[in-house]
Design a protein around this ligand. Structure first.
Ligand code: PMP
Length: 422
């Protein structure tokens, strides 16, 4: 393994606790939200204890210090994603808020009735519903790219849809939060640009797990959340190319985003504050920067390689279990996410059984109903890995799934035998 999770685990206080069943906690629900290392918790409490005040407008020591820390967090974020300028880094409440900002502000300005927004069928609802809402408002159309049987998307189909639909926007996840499929971001962005489309990349499942470089991706917008990369909740990033953000009207109005307000109107201020109305997420930004520094100290490439080892082990062992179906491609095409169904057992029952063994996973549609529908499922169970997970935890997951299958199948047969004949 390229990193030793046993060295990493003491950094995360929560990993020492036990689950309700008394079993040690195997936290495999990282795609929903990750845990925080002590350095992030310390950065947040240090701000509250020593220098917290509202930012930007105060002419006093604490405000100057918190403003400096908030803007330093923006610089850390700029560097983390390789943006050209701090003007391109807007702090938003999360991925959902960032996509809604683009849909309202860029979409409202640049799309008209019958224009097409192209998505993949693998999108999280956060990258579907804002476009449906925009369609309801202005009459644009939302179209979807289908999956192949191997849970990837054919580049030729992407090209054909770009050519036939001529979408104004192509918006897709760099990595599916259910399938784990890594989509070829730079390649698709190049194809979309050649077809005249603007590109938004939902990197909610990408930015926490691999080094990202927005210059290399060349996407027009890249969005992600802090809480999935060991940072606080309530903060995320909206990266946009400066020319695009500059031309967009502000989304939310209020304090902080104006140059001047009169009784008859207002003029917005410049980037990035134009998109940060109201008191921004100050301690959250400071915590996010601490998380980014922590992940970089471990090394994003090391994290990616470690998750790949865990993913390979889980994927291979789960595929061996009779009745288990993996929803996702082979590990070489995916990140550290393994979703699966077990024939005859509901995903929630599996997850509940795993919890009795201290294994925390998520079950349901994972905010991806169109995806589940397209593969003929209503729900799946999802194990998702991060830097602190171990092969021993993968073993516990696999053993617990085997036990669940044995228990429920036996119970099912007993119940069937006992049920009265009609
Ligand atoms: N997109 C993807 C791919 C996600 O996995 C998630 C979170 N599950 C979101 C968007 C939404 O993120 P948030 O809830 O932090 O806004």
């Amino acid at each position: 393994m390229s990193l030793d999770p046993l060295q990493i685990r003491p950094d995360f206080p929560i990993l020492q606790r036990k689950s309700a069943s008394g079993a040690p906690l195997a936290f495999l629900d990282n795609a929903a939200s990750a845990q925080r290392p002590q350095v992030v918790i310390d950065a947040i409490s240090d701000c509250y204890q020593r220098y917290y005040a509202n930012v930007h407008r105060g002419i006093h020591t604490l405000s100057e210090e918190s403003t400096a820390a908030y803007e330093a967090a923006r610089e850390t974020t700029r560097e983390f994603i390789g943006a050209r300028s701090h003007a391109e880094v807007v702090f938003a409440a999360g991925t959902t808020a960032a996509i809604n900002t683009v849909a309202h502000s860029w979409g409202g300005e640049n799309l008209a009735a019958d224009d097409v927004v192209l998505l993949t069928i693998a999108e999280h609802h956060a990258n579907i519903v804002p476009w449906h809402q925009l369609a309801e408002r202005i009459g644009c159309r939302v179209e979807f790219l289908p999956l192949r049987d191997d849970f990837t998307i054919d580049d030729a189909v992407v090209q054909a849809k770009l050519d036939s639909l001529r979408p104004k926007l192509f918006s897709f996840a760099s990595c599916s939060n259910v399938l784990g499929t890594n989509f070829p971001v730079a390649k698709w962005t190049g194809m979309a640009h050649a077809a005249g489309a603007t590109v938004l990349v939902d990197a909610a499942q990408g930015a926490p797990h691999q080094a990202i470089d927005v210059q290399h991706w060349d996407a027009d917008f890249v969005v992600f959340s802090g809480h999935k990369l060991c940072g606080p909740t309530g903060i995320g990033v909206l990266y946009g190319k400066e020319t695009l953000l500059d031309a967009m009207p502000p989304f939310l109005g209020g304090g902080g985003m104006i140059d001047r307000v009169t009784t008859t109107g207002f003029s917005p201020t410049g980037l990035p504050e134009k998109f940060e109305a109201g008191t921004p997420p100050i301690t959250e930004a400071i915590g996010l920067a601490a998380a980014m520094r922590y992940l970089q100290s471990v090394g994003m490439d090391n994290i990616q390689a470690h998750e790949h080892v865990l993913c390979q082990a889980a994927d291979a062992a789960l595929r061996e279990i009779e009745g288990v179906e993996i929803l996702g491609p082979t590990p070489d095409r995916k990140a550290g996410i393994v979703s699966f169904t077990v024939d005859g057992i509901h995903a929630h029952d599996i997850a509940q059984w795993l919890d009795t063994r201290g294994v925390a996973v998520r079950a349901g549609h994972h905010c991806a109903m169109p995806l589940h529908e397209s593969v003929g499922k209503t729900a799946s169970t999802r194990a998702s890995f991060y830097l602190y997970n171990t092969l021993e935890e993968v073993d516990r997951l696999v053993q617990a799934v085997k036990e669940a299958r044995d228990k429920f199948m036996r119970g099912g047969r007993r119940r069937r035998r006992r049920s009265p004949s009609p």
